[in-house]
Ligand binder design. Structure first.
Ligand SMILES: Cc1cc2nc3c(=O)[nH]c(=O)nc-3n(C[C@H](O)[C@H](O)[C@H](O)COP(=O)(O)O)c2cc1C
Ligand code: SF4
Ligand code: FES
Length: 563
């Protein structure tokens, strides 16, 4: 073990010198390995998570010596590097004396649609049948493939409709890498007029008109908050530059898979919409934050960013791809920005909003992947592509991610005024042998509604009176064979796992709620008090919305939870 030359004084007396700094030391071997992996990348702090990925990918874990060497290389404190590494589920921090994880990891999704499809039994069967020194089996949250539940990931290979037999075959065949689906490449997209709209808008240079068209379409943020997209551009532009843009590809809300659906088919609609929006706010650079659970999408984005640069459609380095590391909270826009800056994904206090003080302190336009897909379509096809669709008094289209007990789960593009009856009909009706009982309208944050509420349009602003919201339109359909109580517990377990821990009402509230919800009968008084505290005093949407599954289950499925 060696260290740079220099004498560090020990203690106040300074009588005896040490030839190392206080704390854990790196080894020459670890430093060599880290330097090799980092190559000539700039030693910037915002690249910390990217560097942690390089080490994790190469060595299968992050050893104490590697973390110490990385801290040295980045001139950061070891505590800072450690706190970031240990925040994210996809990093395996291994302390001195601890055994590293086995070479292969299987993550079994345990979110609602997969649980309903038998994920727990699957995990038990795998844990029993595999050699733990070779393979470890972990539970993991939604992988955005709920339409093919139960799902698991071996290495980076996702297995749909997973069975122990499929797992054995994948292991035997060494099939542990992401499978890239066929998709529309840049060349294909351009043959059908792709990027002509962008060229036309750049030539016209009338970005007020573009903003007005987007506003006229009625397009609202499809990450869940539903903020009118054109209006957001106006806010960002009102602050002095330089400005930045960030694309939110975290898609962590269980039950949501629409962003993956579009990116694995027509990624350039998102890219073109992104470049239109970036021009509209005069962004100097665009960061795409893509969740680590989507390795195929990450590869598609890498390839197509390179293709865009090679075609001269974007200057090199204008689009920066950043890889998440397994933390749902990084979908919250200010937490995503912290993560892009190489930190823990801890939501910021607001104001200031990210439109004013966002990435690296700059005014930042943040958009969800699907929102940008629609920006491209609106500017190419006209605002009527959305505003011209009307149903039940609502305008626009909604990409419902539908899973659970329906015959044809998947993304169903329907009028925004669709009811759950319409959504189930579009998904081929109920699965054979299942009778409709309940539904989650928009991810666990939206809780559960009863089948009797089947005439409400599932759109922004239509569900408030029912104590919920549409969010990312992640619809999960439950049947007479499912328990509302078990579903609500699944949702709260997810929030307990994913709370960033910054504020007490959320961190402790989720944990206490899970304990109370495991009882045979729920203590409604105590749970309601807890819900009030969480909703009123949590900093961000996670803790504020986490009570929804509890309240709605008490309200609509009291017979399952009250003695
Ligand atoms: C807990 C939490 C998780 C979120 N997760 C996502 C996400 O995974 N993807 C996303 O686009 N927006 C997510 N959002 C919403 C973002 O904060 C933000 O509103 C959105 O990215 C803005 O883009 P849009 O206007 O195009 O929807 C989340 C919000 C909260 C409170
Ligand atoms: S509400 Fe929960 S997730 Fe949000 S900042 Fe507080 S602890 Fe973190
Ligand atoms: S992939 Fe399992 S619930 Fe989404």
């Amino acid at each position: 073990m060696t260290q740079d030359a220099g004498i560090w004084k020990a203690g106040r007396s300074g009588a005896k010198g040490r030839n190392t700094p206080k704390g854990r030391q790196y080894t020459d071997e670890a430093l060599d390995q880290v330097q090799l992996l980092l190559g000539d990348s700039p030693r910037r702090r915002d690249l910390l998570i990217e560097f942690l990925h390089l080490i994790q990918d190469a060595h299968g874990h992050l050893s104490a010596a590697h973390l110490a060497a990385l801290a040295h290389e980045l001139r950061m404190s070891q505590a800072e590097v450690y706190e970031v590494a240990s925040f994210y589920a996809h990093f395996d921090v291994v302390k001195e004396g601890e055994a590293p994880p086995p070479a292969l990891t299987i993550r079994v999704c345990d979110s609602l649609s997969c649980e309903m499809a038998g994920a727990e039994q699957l995990r038990a069967a795998l844990s029993d049948g595999l050699d733990p020194s070779q393979v470890r089996v972990l539970r993991a949250p939604c992988m955005g493939r709920c339409d093919t539940a139960p799902v698991l990931e071996i290495g980076h290979n996702h297995i749909d409709h997973a069975t122990p037999e499929k797992v054995r075959q994948a292991i035997a065949g060494g099939d542990t890498h992401a499978h890239i689906p066929p998709y529309q490449t840049l060349a294909d997209y351009r043959t059908e007029g792709g990027y002509d709209t962008l060229a036309r808008l750049i030539a016209a240079d009338d970005w007020d008109a573009v903003e007005a068209t987007v506003l006229a379409s009625g397009l609202r943020g499809l990450g869940g908050a539903g903020f009118p997209s054109g209006r957001k551009w106006g806010f960002v532009r009102s602050y002095p530059g330089p400005r930045l843009m960030a694309v939110n590809g975290d898609e962590g809300e269980p039950g949501t898979f629409k962003d993956r659906y579009y990116l694995e088919r027509t990624p350039h609609l998102m890219f073109e919409g992104m470049l239109i929006a970036a021009h509209a706010v005069q962004a100097d650079r665009v960061y795409i934050y893509m969740r680590d659970e989507y390795p195929a999408v990450l590869e598609i984005l890498r390839r197509e960013i390179a293709a865009l640069e090679a075609a001269g459609l974007t200057p090199p380095g204008f689009i920066v791809l950043r890889r998440g590391a397994g933390a749902y909270i990084c979908g919250e826009e200010s937490a995503m920005i912290e993560s892009i800056e190489g930190k823990r994904g801890i939501p910021r206090h607001r104001p200031p909003f990210v439109a004013e003080v966002g990435l690296f302190g700059r005014p930042t336009l943040v958009h969800n992947v699907e929102t940008l897909h629609w920006v491209a379509r609106v500017m190419r096809e006209g605002p009527e592509v959305l505003s011209g669709v009307e149903k039940n008094g609502r305008k626009g289209l909604r990409s419902y991610s539908v899973s659970g007990r329906v015959a044809n789960p998947g993304v169903h593009l329907l009028p925004a005024g669709s009811t759950i009856a319409d959504v189930i009909a579009a998904a081929g009706g109920m699965a054979p042998g299942h009778v409709f009982k309940a539904y989650q309208p928009g991810g666990p944050s939206s809780g559960l509604l009863p089948a009797s509420l089947n005439d409400v349009p599932l759109d922004f602003d239509t569900l408030q009176d029912h104590g919920t919201f549409i969010g990312s339109a992640a619809v999960v359909v439950l049947s007479d064979q499912d328990s509302a109580k078990a579903a609500a517990l699944n949702m709260l377990r997810f929030f307990e796992d994913e709370s960033c821990g910054q504020c007490t009402p959320c961190r402790v509230g989720c944990e206490k709620a899970v304990k109370l919800m495991q009882a045979d009968w729920w203590d409604a008084g105590l749970l309601n008090d807890l819900c009030d505290a969480m909703a009123d005093a949590s900093i961000c949407g996670l803790g504020q919305a986490a009570p929804n599954p509890i309240r709605l289950t008490l309200q609509h499925f009291g017979d399952e939870v009250s003695g």
